[in-house]
Design a protein around this ligand. Structure first.
Ligand code: KG4
Ligand code: ZN
Length: 340
């Protein structure tokens, strides 16, 4: 079965044709992604209106290109999976409208997919040995969540951020230190190259049930202010601070994850979402006693259409589809996608 996946929830337009068959590792037939980082860099953050217009421009061209790479076998697409939420409303609308048009034109089912479900299942694309149940640490620019994934549609929320996401904590710190936009990966690279830091940041999130990055954000901003002159004079002080920041964020994530591994007894851990590309995080998670870590390839950690096609395909084989009058869901907690 071939599924066309469409992802437009934020600043990446992505399309993918994925083949899934019983008991087989999913196979990517064609995949295209267009990142808008250059466009939003000017403004230091995603401008929703510009992002939507970019999706509007990209979608038909990228679809045409996918068709060309399929060499005329487009009729083999069995269903359309599209991100229905959560995300930026205007961006989601572009993807959903495009998907509805294709679904009508081709007379094939439409499956609205939860973007977080896509991230939670993405490691299955690249890790054939991964089995349910597992703990998913979903860490991206917009989300920081811990779930038990028992099966497709069987999710149990363990913790979620009440303010910033881990990716935002990386990006805002990167902005303060001048590592560019979005900055998370650049800060991480500088931190890795520097090694252990001489600066100390507080250990956060020890007591609270959920994630919260606001206390750490304040501590980081004070530390950066206090060392502003030294940062200007020496790039090594800047990298030293980057290292302290990375350790503090990773520490907070791993502390919560370890607690959950202990309380659930589930040792299979998945790290997914853009921040899963972080090497220090992967290393720290792999050092939790007894844990087996699974991570998607870097291209499937960040937003992509393969994960949407996969989650949609798994719902399609359960005879689930989305009506053509469906609206987007800018806010859509994963718990609402639990299948009973
Ligand atoms: O999943 P994603 O592509 O988009 C969202 O759904 O948000 O995640 C993007 C986030 C950004 O905050 C980016 O800075 C962060 O992932 N990121 C990293 C690294 N690579 C990407 N953060 C820390 N270390 C990295 N190596
Ligand atoms: Zn995402």
């Amino acid at each position: 079965m071939n599924i066309l996946g469409i992802e437009t929830s934020c600043d990446e337009t992505a399309l993918c044709v994925l083949q899934i068959s019983d008991g087989q590792t999913p196979k990517i037939i064609a995949e295209e992604i267009s990142s808008q980082i250059k466009l939003h860099e000017l403004y230091g953050g995603v401008v929703p209106e510009l992002a939507s217009r970019e999706h509007l421009k990209n979608l038909p061209l990228m679809y045409d290109s996918i068709l060309k790479s399929l060499a005329g076998s487009e009729s083999e697409i069995d269903c359309i999976a599209v991100t229905q939420g959560p995300g930026l409303k205007g961006c989601l609308l572009m993807g959903l409208c495009f998907a509805k048009g294709l679904s009508l034109g081709k007379r094939i089912p439409l499956i609205g997919v939860n973007h977080i479900e896509g991230h939670a299942l993405a490691p299955m694309l690249d890790n054939p040995e991964l089995r349910f149940p597992y703990i998913a640490l979903i860490v991206s620019g917009g989300h920081t969540e811990l779930h038990i994934v028992r099966a497709v549609g069987q999710y149990e929320l363990l913790a979620r951020t009440i303010d910033d996401a881990a990716g935002e904590a990386f990006d805002k710190s990167a902005h303060l230190l001048g590592y560019g936009y979005p900055g998370g990966a650049a800060l991480a690279a500088a931190a890795d190259a520097f090694g252990p830091s001489s600066f100390k940041l507080p250990l956060v999130m020890r007591e609270s049930a959920g994630f919260s990055f606001s206390g750490l954000k304040t501590a980081i901003s004070l530390l950066v202010k206090r060392n502003a002159k030294e940062i200007e004079k020496s790039s090594s002080v800047k990298d030293d601070l980057a290292s302290a920041i990375q350790s503090a964020i990773v520490n907070a994530l791993v502390f919560k994850l370890s607690q959950v591994v202990d309380s659930t007894g589930i040792k299979e851990v998945v790290i997914t979402g853009g921040v899963a590309a972080n090497r220090a995080l992967r290393l720290a998670v792999s050092q939790i006693p007894g844990v087996r870590v699974f991570v998607p390839t870097n291209g499937h950690c960040t937003d992509n259409a393969a994960m949407i096609a996969y989650a949609g395909g798994l719902r399609y084989v359960k005879n689930l589809s989305t009506p053509l009058n469906a609206d987007v869901k800018a806010r859509w907690p994963l718990e609402e996608c639990v299948l009973t």
